[in-house]
Design a protein. Structure first.
Length: 314
């Protein structure tokens, strides 16, 4: 089956979706290799799904109106548990799981959770690898498998350019040598403004400006903090071109900030902080507000409270 990304709609599950959700769960888990002991997913019914949705929430992915994927989300004590993560075999390997998980993580954040976790069977190495690629880390062993976890994305509303610089300065207080920050957002979204704040927090030498034409600039700290390496990947077409900048030489001792780095810079380090800057929908004319979404990947950020970056001005 050919599936176009444009056909995909991800939304919050309703009780009316329960029958189709059960069909997807049965098909997805039934297509997996036999497990010992077997999964309990085959025992799911529309009634059990409705009971779970009453205790939490769920996410469904639809392709041309048909439910193609399911994630259940249960929150307790600030931790959201992702359950029954399923993509119907007719729709697998089209990015549906990644889109659903992103929506489920956002649902966890909306419920005040600081992290998400899920159980994965030890026999399903490819499945565990999928979660690790999404930034999850093995938190602890569990019977017949492992529990993986990651912090939930943090979304901050930043009213002005001055506030964006102040956010960067607060972020700099959390940064240390070896950290990789990847910033994305449309032209004028505030990426360089944020970086200027980081530079101010690191006491970086020289003016921090967009390095679009020189690709990267190095700003040593005047106060013993890590050097800031500021990269603009807008004109780069591949990760190979990024490799030509020899960032590996400075990564261990610097804070590396890569603007326009999504899809190019992720392999520079196993841990990273993704910062997405967007304009909120329906923003009135004259309003400068930006939404800043912070998504941490890797054990480096396991116990870092990114929500505290909101601060008194955020």
């Amino acid at each position: 089956m050919s599936v176009s990304v444009s056909d995909l709609v991800v939304s919050v599950a309703s009780h009316d979706d329960a029958a189709e959700m059960v069909e997807v769960i049965h098909a997805a888990f039934g297509a997996r290799p036999p497990l010992d002991p077997p999964s309990t997913a085959g025992a799911e019914t529309p009634e059990s799904l409705v009971a779970t949705l009453r205790r939490g929430t769920g996410v469904v992915a639809r392709v041309d109106g048909r439910v193609a994927g399911v994630v259940l989300v249960l929150a307790e004590d600030g931790v959201a548990s992702l359950q029954r993560v399923s993509v119907h075999p007719d729709f697998q390997r089209h990015g549906i799981a990644s889109a659903m998980v992103a929506a489920a993580e956002q649902a966890a954040a909306d419920r005040g959770c600081s992290r998400v976790e899920l159980f994965a069977r030890g026999e399903l190495a490819e499945l565990v690898a999928f979660w690790i690629r999404r930034g999850y880390v093995v938190d602890r062993p569990a019977p017949h498998g492992v529990v993986l976890t990651r912090p939930v994305p943090v979304v901050l509303s930043i009213p002005t350019a001055e506030d964006m610089q102040a956010l960067g300065e607060r972020l700099a207080a959390l940064l240390r040598a070896g950290d990789l920050v990847i910033a994305t957002g449309d032209l004028g979204a505030g990426k360089t403004t944020l970086t200027q704040g980081i530079g101010r927090g690191l006491a970086s030498a020289g003016p921090v400006t967009s390095p679009t034409f020189v690709l990267s600039r190095v700003h040593p700290s005047r106060a013993g903090r890590p050097t800031l390496v500021h990269v603009d990947a807008y004109r780069l077409r591949s990760a190979t071109e990024l490799d030509d900048l020899d960032l590996d030489a400075t990564l261990p001792t610097a804070v590396t900030m890569v603007e326009w780095g999504a899809g190019l810079a992720e392999d520079l380090a196993p841990d990273r902080l993704d910062v997405a800057l967007t304009v909120p929908a329906g923003r009135p004319d004259g309003d400068e507000t930006r939404l800043v979404t912070l998504t941490a990947t890797g054990p480096r950020w396991r116990d870092v409270d990114l929500a505290a970056l909101g601060g008194p001005r955020g």
